[in-house]
Ligand binder design. Structure first.
Ligand SMILES: [Zn+2]
Ligand SMILES: [Zn+2]
Length: 268
C-alpha cells in the first residue's frame, strides 16, 4: 500500500513522516516502532555522499546502500529491517532527497542483497551492504508466464500455496527467479479465483494471452492495515481498465476500498 503518498510528489520529512510515524530523525533508514508500520528509506541522505551512490539498474532494480558509518556494514537495525520487511508485513517506501524535500518514488520489495567495497565516513574501504529493491508492482502485478496448468486444480490448494509463498522471504543471495516464482504462485491463485472475469467490474477478461490464459492483472489493494506486500488476500484480479482506475482515478481511494470489500467477500 502507499500510505497516502503519491508517486512523484514532494513531502516534508518532519511534517509528513515523523509527525505521523515518528522514527529516527537522522539517517536514511526510518523504522517506526509498531507492528505493520512502514519502513521508510531515503536515497540521497547524508552518508550516501562518501564516494558511492544508490542507483537504478537497467532492469528496474534500485540498488540502495545500507547504513553503517565505519567498518563493514552489518545486517542489523535498519539494514535488518529492510531485509525482513516482507515477512514482518511492513511496507517499504522509498523517497529521494532533493532540495525541495523528499520525492516519493514508490513502494519497493527487498529482492536480494550483496556486498561491495565502498568507502566509510573516514574514507577507508569496507564491505557495504547493497540492497536490491524491486518496484512493488513489477513483482506482484503481471506475470506473463502463468499457464493454464498453473491456475488449474483445487482452489483451496492454490490458495494455501499462495499464502505460504507470500510469507517466505528471499534469503540473502537468492536471486530474481525465486522472487518471480513466489509472485507467480500468488498470481496463479488470484487468477484462478477470478476465473477469467474481472473481480471488480465482472467483465470477462478482454482477451486471451498467447498461451490461452485469460488476460487479467493482479492489483495489490492500497489500504491502511497490514497484510504483507503481496498477500493474496489483499490482491485482486482485474481487467486493465479497473487496474488503471485503482491507480490513477480521482476516486481511486474509494475504488481501492471497494476492491478490498470485493476480495473479502470472495475470500469469506
Ligand atoms: Zn474490471
Ligand atoms: Zn495495481
Amino acid at each position: 500500500m502507499t500510505w497516502g503518498f503519491v508517486e512523484g510528489q514532494i513531502y516534508n520529512r518532519r511534517a509528513d513522516i515523523h509527525a505521523r510515524f515518528r522514527g529516527q530523525m537522522q539517517g536514511g533508514i526510518i523504522t517506526p516502532a509498531g507492528a505493520g508500520m512502514p519502513i521508510i528509506i531515503i536515497t540521497g541522505e547524508e552518508g550516501h555522499t562518501h564516494g558511492y551512490a544508490d542507483r537504478l539498474r537497467e532492469d528496474g532494480v534500485f540498488e540502495y546502500f545500507g547504513e553503517g558509518q565505519r567498518g563493514d556494514m552489518q545486517m542489523v537495525r535498519g539494514n535488518a529491517a529492510i531485509q525482513s520487511h516482507a515477512s514482518e508485513g511492513r511496507d517499504l517506501l522509498l523517497f529521494r532527497k532533493q532540495r525541495q524535500g523528499l520525492r516519493y518514488l514508490g513502494q519497493f520489495i527487498f529482492e536480494a542483497s550483496h556486498t561491495e567495497l565502498a568507502p566509510d565516513t573516514e574514507g577507508l574501504m569496507r564491505n557495504a551492504i547493497v540492497f536490491e529493491l524491486r518496484p512493488f508492482e513489477a513483482v506482484a502485478g503481471v506475470p506473463d508466464d502463468v499457464t493454464a496448468d498453473d491456475t488449474a486444480g483445487d482452489l483451496a490448494d492454490l490458495r494455501r500455496r499462495a499464502i505460504e509463498a507470500s510469507r517466505s522471504i528471499p534469503a540473502q543471495g537468492q536471486r530474481l527467479a525465486t522472487v518471480y516464482e513466489r509472485s507467480k504462485l500468488i498470481c496463479s491463485y488470484v487468477f484462478a479465483r477470478a476465473n477469467g472475469t474481472c473481480e471488480f467490474c465482472s467483465s470477462p477478461a478482454p482477451f486471451l494471452r498467447a498461451n490461452g490464459v485469460p488476460y487479467l492483472e493482479a492489483h495489490h489493494i492500497h489500504k491502511l492495515t497490514d497484510g504483507g506486500p503481496d498477500d493474496p488476500r489483499t490482491m485482486i484480479g482485474v481487467c486493465p481498465n479497473c487496474h488503471r482506475r485503482a491507480h490513477s482515478a480521482a476516486d481511486r481511494d474509494q475504488v481501492n476500498a471497494d476492491m478490498l470489500q470485493a476480495v473479502q467477500t470472495r475470500e469469506a
